[in-house]
Design a protein around this ligand. Structure first.
Ligand code: SF4
Length: 871
C-alpha cells in the first residue's frame, strides 16, 4: 500500500501525517517525521484520525428536502434560486457562510464567486468566531495580517507567555514542543488564564486573572517596562509610529498596584511576571481564543502587540507575538480573503484594490464594500434581508453565539443550502438542499497553518457515493449562474495557480503575501509540493507594510469590568476538550476519543458548589439571558470562584443538554466582529431528578432516549447513553431493540434493569435507579463484543471482575484514571516516565502527559507520609 503525505484535519498547528490505506476505509496514521510543523509528533486527535474516515453518518448523495436527486438537478436548483434572488432583491440578499475546514482552493472559488461575480461581500467564515480579532489587531499594528512568528521561535525563546490558551489541550503538538524546549533549555513558562488548566499546571507562574482584564495586565507591564528602561528606543525611533498621547495614557492607573487590583492578582505574582519579562528579551507571547473571543478582543491583541513593538521583541529569533489559530485552514481563508471584511490576497476594499482584483478576475460585478460579519449575517437572515444562504463545512446552529437566534434565522430563510460530509447535522436539518462534500482523506488541495506554512492535503481514499470536493461544487454552481469561463477550473492545481498569481499581481512589494514563486508550478509539481513557509522572517528588517513602513502602537485602554449582576451572578466561559473537535461530527465517531470526556461538564469551584447546594455529578442548568442548557456538574479547584466553564462540542445529535452555543450573547468586538464567548453573565442551579440510568446498545438505539438528560458516546460496537429524568422512566422502552428480554425490577429503590439478547448476543442493556447505585460501564460495554453473554448481565459485572479503569486518560493505550492511581500507589511511581514504563500511558502521542503529571502530584500528595519516606 502506498503511503501518502498529507496534513491533519483539525487544529491550526497543521501537523504533517503519513497515511497508509489498508483496504476498505481503513487508514493507518503516523506523524510525518519530515514535516517541519510537527517532526513526526501527533496529538490524540491526529493519531486517531483513521477512526473517523468510515462512512457512518455520511451524506452520500445530493438531497432536495428528503428526496435524493442527481448532481445536475441539485446544482441547477441552487444556481437558479441564487440567480432569481439576486435578480429580485439584489446581490446583498444572498450570502455564503463558510469554514476554516475548507481548503484554500475551495475558499478561493467561493470568495471569487461572491465578491467578483455575485457582487456582494456577504461571505463570512466560522474563522470569524476563532481569530478575527487577531486579524484586526495585525491590520491595525502592521498594516497587513501577518503572523510574525514561527514554531522555531518557540525552540529558541527564553520566555514563553501563553495568554488565553489551553495549549496542552487545544494545540497539543505545539505544547509538546514547548515542553521539549523547557527540558532542553530551561525556557521559562508563564500562563495567563482565569482557569488553572493542565497547561497552567506545568508553568513556572500561573496568573489566574479576572476575565477580560488582559488589557490592564499588558498595559501595566508596558508601563513598568518603560519605567525600568526596557523599551527599545532605537527600534521605536526607526520602525514604529507612536500616536500622540500614547505614553501619557499609560501613566494613569497602570502602576503595579492598580494593575494587580484590576486583574484581581497578587501584586507579588504580578511583579514576578514583570521581572521575568524584563529578564528575557527573547520572549514569545502566544495567544489564542481567550484573547480573541472577547468583546474587546482586538484591543487585547493590540495590547500584546504594543508590548512586543515597544520592547523591540519582534522580527528576531525567539521574540514575537504569536496568534495561534484554532482551525486547520483559518490562515488559508485569510489569505484568499474569505472574511467579509477583506477582499482577496490580503487586499482590502480600497478603490484601487477593488479595481485591481476586478481586472485580474475580469469581473464585471465587483463588491465594493465589506459584507456582513457572521453575527450580523445571521441577524440579517432572521430579519429577512438575506433570502438565500449557502453554508459550507460548518454547523452554525450549534457553534454560533445565541444559537437559538441562528436556528430561528435558518428556519425563516426561504432558501438554505448546506454542503457537508455528514447527513444529519443540527444545521442540515434546516436545509432545503444538502450537497455531499468530500471529507478529510478524500480532499485535494492546500492548507496554511498558524505559522504561515502551506502544506498539501492529499486524497487517500476514493470519493464515496456521489460526494464531490467543495471547489467542484462551487464551480458547478458558478458556471450555471453564467460565469463558466471565470470558473473553468478542472483541478485544484488550476485554482492554486490563479490564487498564487493574484497574490503577486501588481504587488510591488508592499503586500508580504506574495506566492509568485509557486504561481507557475505544473500539475506534477503541485502534487509533490513540499511544505513551505511564505513571508520568511517577517519584519526582521524593521519594515512593515504600512504607507510609511512603520508599525503602529495602538492606544488601548482597559474597559470597565462591571460587578456581577444580581440575576446573573456568575461568569460563563466556554472552550474545548482535549479529544474533541468542534461539534464532534468526526471525533464523536471514534470510540477512543469519546472516552476522555463522555459528557458535557459544567466546572465550578467547590465553594460555588457548596453555596449552590450542588454535588459533583448532579445535573445543573446553566442559564443566561439568551438561553439555558443542562450539564453534569464537576468540582474544579482550577476554576475561579464565581466562574463556570462548559465545553463547546455537544449538539442535539449527541445530547439533550450541553448546548454551550445557546448561552453567549450575540454581542461582538467593534473592530473585528468576533463574538465574546468567554465572559457571559450566567446563573447555575441544580436540577431535581427522579432517577438516573444508562443504556448500552449494539449499534445505535432505535430511538434517541427520551429523558431530561441524555448524552451519547460511541463505544466499541455500539453506543453508551447516560440518562437522568423525572417521573416515570417507562418512556425509555421506546429505545430498546427487539429481542429476548431479561428483566429485573426493584420497586423499593426504583430500580429497573433490562437486557435484550438477539441471536444469543447482547443487543442492549438498560439500568435505571431512583435511589441506588449503578454499576460501572466497562464490563457491560465489553459484553457487546462477547460471543456469548454471561449470566451476570443484570448484576452489571462478572463475579470477581476487576473494577473499571475509570475515566480514560490515555486514549492511545486505553488507560483509565483508577488504573493510573492504583499503579502510582502500588508501584510507588515517582514521575510521568515511570507511569509510561508501567502502563504505556503517555508514551505514544503524549497528549495525556499533562494529565498524568497532575494525577501523579495529586495521588502522591494523598499517600501516607511513611510511604514517601521509604522511597
Ligand atoms: S496538534 Fe493534533 S489536532 Fe492539531 S494538527 Fe497536530 S495532530 Fe492535528
Amino acid at each position: 500500500m502506498v503511503t501518502t503525505r498529507t496534513t491533519c484535519a483539525y487544529c491550526g498547528v497543521g501537523c504533517g501525517i503519513l497515511a497508509t490505506p489498508r483496504g476498505g476505509r481503513v487508514v493507518e496514521i503516523a506523524g510525518d517525521p519530515d514535516h517541519p510543523a510537527n517532526r513526526g509528533r501527533l496529538c490524540s486527535k491526529g493519531t486517531h484520525l483513521g477512526e473517523t474516515v468510515g462512512l457512518e453518518g455520511r451524506l452520500l448523495h445530493p438531497m432536495v428536502g428528503d428526496r435524493r436527486v442527481g448532481w445536475d438537478r441539485a446544482v441547477d436548483l441552487v444556481a437558479r434560486r441564487f440567480r432569481e434572488t439576486i435578480a429580485r432583491h439584489g446581490p446583498d440578499s444572498v450570502a455564503f457562510y463558510v469554514s476554516g475546514q475548507l481548503l484554500t482552493e475551495d475558499y478561493y472559488v467561493a470568495n471569487k464567486l461572491m465578491k467578483g461575480f455575485i457582487g456582494s461581500a456577504n461571505i463570512d467564515t466560522n474563522s470569524r468566531l476563532c481569530m478575527s480579532s487577531a486579524v484586526a489587531g495585525h491590520l491595525r499594528a502592521f498594516g497587513e495580517d501577518i503572523v510574525p512568528a514561527s514554531y522555531d521561535d518557540l525552540d529558541v525563546a527564553d520566555l514563553i507567555v501563553l495568554v488565553g490558551s489551553n495549549t496542552a489541550w487545544c494545540h497539543p503538538v505545539v505544547y509538546q514542543r514547548i515542553m521539549a524546549a523547557r527540558a532542553a533549555r530551561g525556557t521559562r513558562l508563564v500562563v495567563i488564564d482565569p482557569r488553572r488548566t493542565e497547561t497552567a499546571e506545568e508553568a513556572d507562574l500561573h496568573l489566574p486573572l479576572r476575565p477580560g482584564s488582559d488589557v490592564a495586565l499588558m498595559n501595566g507591564l508596558l508601563a513598568w517596562c518603560r519605567a525600568e528602561g526596557i523599551v527599545d528606543a532605537n527600534f521605536l525611533a526607526d520602525s514604529v509610529a507612536v500616536p500622540e498621547g500614547f505614553w501619557e495614557g499609560l501613566d494613569q492607573g497602570c502602576d503595579l498596584w492598580s494593575t494587580a487590583r484590576a486583574c484581581d492578582l497578587a501584586p507579588a505574582d504580578l511583579r514576578r511576571f514583570f521581572e521575568l519579562f524584563a529578564a528575557h528579551p527573547r520572549t514569545v507571547t502566544l495567544f489564542s481564543q481567550g484573547i480573541n473571543q472577547s468583546l474587546r478582543g482586538t484591543d487585547q491583541v493590540n495590547a500584546i502587540v504594543n508590548l512586543h513593538l515597544a520592547t523591540g521583541r519582534i522580527g528576531k529569533p525567539g521574540a514575537a507575538p504569536f496568534s495561534i489559530t484554532g482551525q486547520p485552514n483559518a490562515m488559508g481563508g485569510r489569505e484568499v480573503g474569505g472574511l467579509a471584511s477583506t477582499l482577496a490576497a490580503h487586499m482590502d476594499f480600497a478603490p484601487d484594490n477593488v479595481a485591481r482584483v476586478g481586472r485580474f478576475w475580469a469581473a464585471a460585478n465587483m463588491a465594493t464594500k465589506p459584507g456582513l460579519k457572521a453575527v450580523d449575517l445571521f441577524r440579517s437572515v432572521r430579519e429577512g434581508r438575506i433570502k438565500a444562504l449557502w453554508i459550507m463545512a460548518t454547523n452554525p446552529a450549534v457553534s454560533m453565539p445565541d444559537a437559538g437566534m441562528v436556528r430561528e434565522a435558518l428556519a425563516a430563510c426561504p432558501f438554505v443550502v448546506v454542503s457537508d460530509v455528514i447527513a444529519d447535522t443540527d444545521t442540515g436539518r434546516f436545509a432545503h438542499v444538502r450537497l455531499p462534500a468530500a471529507g478529510w482523506g478524500e480532499k485535494d488541495g492546500t492548507v496554511t497553518n498558524s505559522e504561515r506554512m502551506i502544506s498539501r492535503q492529499r486524497p487517500i481514499l476514493s470519493l464515496p457515493g456521489e460526494a464531490r470536493p467543495d471547489w467542484w461544487i462551487v464551480t458547478q454552481v458558478a458556471r450555471r449562474m453564467g460565469w463558466a469561463s471565470a470558473f473553468a477550473f478542472d483541478r485544484p492545481a488550476d485554482i492554486w495557480r490563479e490564487h498564487a498569481r493574484l497574490t503577486a499581481y501588481q504587488n510591488d512589494g508592499r503586500r508580504l503575501l506574495d506566492l509568485r514563486s509557486a504561481a507557475a508550478i505544473s500539475n506534477a509539481a503541485y502534487d509533490t509540493l513540499a511544505p513551505f513557509r511564505w513571508g520568511g522572517d517577517a519584519f526582521a528588517d524593521g519594515w512593515f507594510p504600512t504607507p510609511d513602513g512603520r508599525a503602529r502602537l495602538v492606544s488601548v485602554a482597559q474597559a470597565r469590568l462591571g460587578d456581577p449582576l444580581r440575576d446573573w451572578p456568575m461568569t460563563l466561559n466556554t472552550g474545548r476538550y482535549r479529544d474533541h473537535w468542534h461539534t464532534m461530527t468526526r471525533t464523536g465517531l471514534s470510540p477512543k476519543l469519546s472516552r476522555h470526556r463522555e459528557e458535557p461538564l459544567a466546572e465550578l469551584h467547590p465553594q460555588d458548589l457548596a453555596v449552590l447546594g450542588i454535588a459533583e455529578g448532579d445535573i445543573v442548568r446553566v442559564a443566561t439571558p439568551q438561553g439555558a442548557s443542562l450539564f453534569r456538574a464537576r468540582s474544579s479547584e482550577g476554576q475561579r470562584p464565581g466562574e463556570v466553564f462548559v465545553p463547546i462540542h455537544w449538539t442535539d445529535r449527541q445530547a439533550s443538554g450541553g448546548r454551550a452555543g445557546l448561552l453567549p450573547r450575540d454581542l461582538t468586538d467593534p473592530h473585528s466582529g468576533q463574538p465574546g464567548f468567554k465572559a457571559t453573565p450566567a446563573r447555575v442551579e441544580k436540577v431535581a431528578l427522579g432517577w438516573r440510568g444508562f443504556l448500552i446498545t449494539r449499534g445505535d438505539a432505535p430511538v434517541f432516549p427520551p429523558a431530561l438528560w441524555t448524552t451519547r458516546v460511541t463505544v466499541p460496537g455500539g453506543a453508551l447513553y447516560e440518562l437522568a429524568g423525572e417521573g416515570d422512566a417507562v418512556a425509555l422502552e421506546a429505545c430498546l431493540p427487539r429481542g429476548q428480554r431479561i428483566e429485573a425490577v426493584d420497586r423499593a429503590r426504583g430500580g429497573w434493569r433490562v437486557a435484550i439478547l438477539a441471536e444469543d448476543r447482547l443487543a442492549a442493556v438498560l439500568f435505571v435507579t431512583a435511589t441506588g447505585e449503578l454499576p460501572d460501564r466497562d464490563w457491560l460495554i465489553a459484553q457487546l463484543d462477547a460471543a456469548q453473554v454471561g449470566p451476570a448481565l443484570l448484576a452489571g459485572r462478572a463475579p470477581g471482575a476487576r473494577v473499571d479503569r475509570g475515566a480514560v486518560v490515555c486514549v492511545c493505550y486505553d488507560v483509565g484514571l483508577r488504573t493510573i492511581i492504583a499503579a502510582i500507589a502500588d508501584q510507588s511511581l515517582a514521575d510521568v516516565a515511570a507511569i509510561g514504563q508501567a502502563l504505556g500511558a503517555g508514551t505514544n502521542c503524549g497528549s495525556c502527559r499533562p494529565a498524568l503529571a497532575r494525577i501523579l502530584a495529586e495521588t502522591r500528595a494523598t499517600l501516607p507520609e511513611k510511604r514517601h519516606a521509604a522511597e
